[in-house]
Design a binder for this molecule. Structure first.
Ligand SMILES: Cc1cc2nc3c(=O)[nH]c(=O)nc-3n(C[C@H](O)[C@H](O)[C@H](O)COP(=O)(O)OP(=O)(O)OC[C@H]3O[C@@H](n4cnc5c(N)ncnc54)[C@H](O)[C@@H]3O)c2cc1C
Length: 411
């Protein structure tokens, strides 16, 4: 019998997808379903959903938040509908609770009008609520002067979604290598060589969907050098079960268009737990999930990045950074932020829960990249910014990338 030493083996495939999160696996699913290509997914963790795809709010955002005609709007609206069908077909918990976006002042109420216009243009259902009484009919503990209720928003079990995708791609013939960290990417005359923690791979085409590390891999082959990932940790508290009535569905603040990912909100998850968060605090490492975790090399990389330094020159950003830092280290500040939407919540109602880290792409000129961004080469696609709502969008987004790769293969 022939034995294969994985430590020294050289593996060959037509396409390597680096990263087994919801984006990489969705690309694999659509590529395997539509082509005869021999596809491999390389995932550094032994357990899937260890990073963004398993550490998020699990909310399907139906697309009222995004400018009409934008990729974000198209992917989110289509993604919400397709995710619901997928969850149904694969027995993944999915609860269509609907979301209440609450305005606390006149400025925010005006922004709700803009959201309503966007919802109309994007074909997203909504209802305008113009009084505290109308809000209380939906959410007895929420406080605001107006709200937009979007019934199509839903909560899904994000981890089960990733595992369902993994099962499906295996059935479609994709090889899923878990525990394979890609450490070095190099161009070869016939494509790419990937040096991994478990041996070498030679492939003709590459999809880089490595989330928090996508920029590092892209830079190794000279792609996206004008961008860097800056990790922002989002921490959650859980409302203790006896007080879960504080939020029956989902309660969100009116988003700030400049900083759309900010604003502690309430989410009833698909398993019925109510979580509050996330905040958005600079993480001292790309996988620094605790506020005591520190990766000196990665922190140095962030602090010396010119894009990050330019970002901090804005007074508004500095103020926000300070507030978010406070919410991370002082529970009382987090509770205060949570009381903005639900005044009855108390410190003793909230228990510390999990955290996720956003791979926020920042450009050399100090801009937060807010749209999905992927960079194409003749034989590769690098997903540099699978920005929120990346899980909601993952089916159409992954399909789009799979089509792009298939076209390149046929060209
Ligand atoms: C706190 C938070 C809340 C969010 N809430 C929502 C929400 O409610 N709704 C929504 O739609 N979206 C939400 N998002 C966004 C969403 O989670 C992401 O857009 C999405 O999960 C991105 O998927 P991904 O596959 O690109 O990344 P990931 O899930 O991070 O996957 C990348 C994978 O690549 C692997 N990898 C990295 N480097 C290597 C390497 N060198 N070799 C091999 N493998 C590697 C990693 O281990 C990882 O599994 C949220 C994100 C965060 C952080």
């Amino acid at each position: 019998m022939r034995t294969l030493s994985l430590a020294t083996a050289m593996m060959r495939h037509d396409v390597a997808i680096v990263g087994g999160g919801c984006v990489g696996l969705s690309v694999a699913k659509h590529l395997a379903a539509a082509t005869d290509l021999d596809v491999a997914v390389l995932e550094k963790e032994h357990h899937l959903a260890s990073h963004q795809s398993g550490r998020n709010s699990g909310v399907l955002h139906p697309g009222f938040n995004y400018p009409p005609g934008s990729k974000k709007a198209r992917f989110a609206t289509e993604g919400t509908a397709r995710m619901k069908e997928y969850c149904d077909a694969h027995d993944i918990p999915c609860e269509e609770w609907g979301v209440l976006v609450v305005a606390k002042n006149d400025d925010e109420a005006r922004r709700l009008d803009e959201l309503a216009d966007q919802a109309d243009a994007n074909g997203v259902a909504y209802e305008r609520l113009d009084s505290q009484a109308a809000i209380r009919e939906h959410e007895p503990y929420a406080e605001g002067q107006a709200a937009l209720y979007a019934p199509e928003a839903a909560s899904v079990d994000a981890e089960q979604y990733v595992y369902a995708l993994a099962k499906e791609v295996r059935e479609l013939g994709v090889t899923l290598y878990t525990g394979y960290e890609v450490q070095q990417l190099t161009r070869t005359p016939a494509g790419y060589r990937l040096e991994t923690s478990n041996g070498q791979f030679d492939v003709s085409m590459l999809v880089n969907a490595a989330g928090l590390h996508a920029d590092t891999l892209a830079h190794q082959v000279g792609v996206g050098e004008e961008y860097q990932v800056v990790p922002f940790r989002g921490e959650y508290y859980e409302v203790r079960p006896e007080r879960a009535e504080l939020c029956e569905t989902m309660i969100y603040p009116t988003p700030d268009p400049e900083l759309p990912f900010l604003g502690v909100h309430y989410t009833r998850r698909a398993d019925g737990k109510v979580i509050v968060g996330p905040n958005a605090v600079l993480a001292f490492g790309r996988e620094a999930y605790e506020n005591t975790d520190l990766n000196p090399a990665e922190l140095f990389e962030t602090l010396t990045y010119e894009g990050f330094r330019k970002l901090l020159t804005s007074r508004k950003m500095l103020g926000v950074a300070w507030d978010e830092l406070n919410k991370s280290y002082r529970k009382s500040k987090f509770v205060e932020a949570s009381q903005r939407l639900v005044p009855d919540v108390r410190g003793e109602d909230l228990n510390k829960s999990y955290a996720g880290i956003r791979a926020q792409l920042v450009s050399d000129d100090g801009e937060l990249v807010k749209d999905p961004l992927f960079v194409e080469r003749d034989d590769a696609v690098h997903v540099l910014n699978a920005v929120s709502p990346g899980m909601t969008s993952s089916l159409p987004f992954g399909e789009h990338i799979a089509e792009t790769i298939a076209d390149k293969h046929d060209a």
